[in-house]
Design a protein around this ligand. Sequence first.
Ligand code: HEC
Ligand code: HEC
Length: 407
Amino acid sequence: MKKLYIVYSLLVLMILGIAACKKLLPKAPKDDEILDGPVEGLTAEEKIRFLEGDRAFNNEIFTSETGLGPYFVANSCGSCHAGDGKGHPFTTLTRFGQADSTGNTYMNFGAPQLQNRAIPGFSPEQIPAGAAFSKFTPPANTGLGFLEALTDVQILANADPTDANNDGISGVPNYVNAPAYFIPKSHHITWSGKFVGRFGKKAAAIDLWNQTVNAYVQDMGITSEYAMLEPAINGVASPYGDPTPDPEVPSSRVQNLIFYLRTLKAPVQRDQNNSDVQAGKQVFMNIGCEKCHKAEWTTQKADINALSYKTFYPYTDLLLHDMGSGLNDGYTEGTAKTSEWRTPPLWGLGLSKNSQGGQYFLLHDGRATSIQQAIEMHGGEGQSSNSAYQSLSQTEKDQLIKFLESL
Ligand code: HEC
Ligand code: HEC
């Protein structure tokens, strides 16, 4: 009997122990909270390519032996874009040198990006005196292939540069110079040699190829066939290379990485049937948020079948909007004004604090630490929907936030 009692007590202790551990351990993320997965419908061959790109993005950590630097910001894509979610202000990038649409006058001083770290033997870059600058937090990298598959015509259909419909919201594309390796697709249109930018906070990158090549060379000092020169700094054009022969990364790996970005799935909305979430969506529509954060898009035929004819919900128009003096950093890219920012997609918003250390850091530099604050900082073209938000009842505000957190 006594023996049985001991066995019984041990069992109770074990169960209690397991329950206690469960409390201490972080919860495993649910399927609809994981961002790092492929879109549905890839072929077996495409899945292999996705995994190769995933490895290049998350597992390839550069060292000075494999080409890192000489000037750099971080040593892998994944170190700033952890789990493909939004990044912490700790991994912010600084860009400098362009104060209006006439171009960057600090190119000989290492503009546009500040490389604040260097391999041994080199000194990190500093912002030259007098140069305008801005800080950017890493955005999430999810669902970008769908955005890339949209045609320029689809994007321009929402532009209203002269505010012809008189709603106080214009929306303009950023026209940018294409890099030499850029091969326009049938859905790109050109204006006097410039193309519509759609990625980055100022929409300065035309496509994911453009964004990836820049990230390799500007963020990590990794040269590729597409960008053979290491970034120069402080006006010293040469010699500025590291000992690793260029290109430091093969084109096949760059292309696999681009394929990975193109086929990363889009975040799935959670709690879609919750009545507060549904009411919050209605509020979002009513107070004009959707004029810029455009909910629904459908792709046309794409060169990756899984991206063809797909309807998706990114909540962006991919256009630039003047957000007023509070969000004017004095720095810009392409033809964007200093107070203009590309509408960021809101899909994945509710999940972003998971990858930001448990707290929100929103807007281009992470200055807003809650969704409410981000809305209240909307000025310029965003002022009237911000004012409409402020006059909502508490219940409507709560419903709106609940909806935004479900994205
Ligand atoms: C030092 C941190 C850092 C590293 C390293 C880094 N990124 Fe980024 N990434 C950022 C920041 C910050 C932005 C926003 C830049 C901008 O808006 O122009 C960004 C933007 C992007 C975007 C645009 C997303 C969008 O929605 O517009 C893509 C795609 C991207 N990075 C891919 C990569 C890839 C691929 C690599 C590695 C080759 C990489 N990044 C390395 C910080 C980083
Ligand atoms: C005039 C266009 C416009 C309207 C209208 C607008 N937004 Fe925005 N929104 C933007 C732009 C542009 C940014 C990015 C500004 C920045 O990064 O400094 C932004 C940023 C945000 C962010 C932060 C996202 C992030 O990833 O950091 C949230 C949240 C947001 N908006 C929600 C709303 C809500 C809710 C409404 C309606 C009350 C609204 N917006 C109305 C253009 C708009």
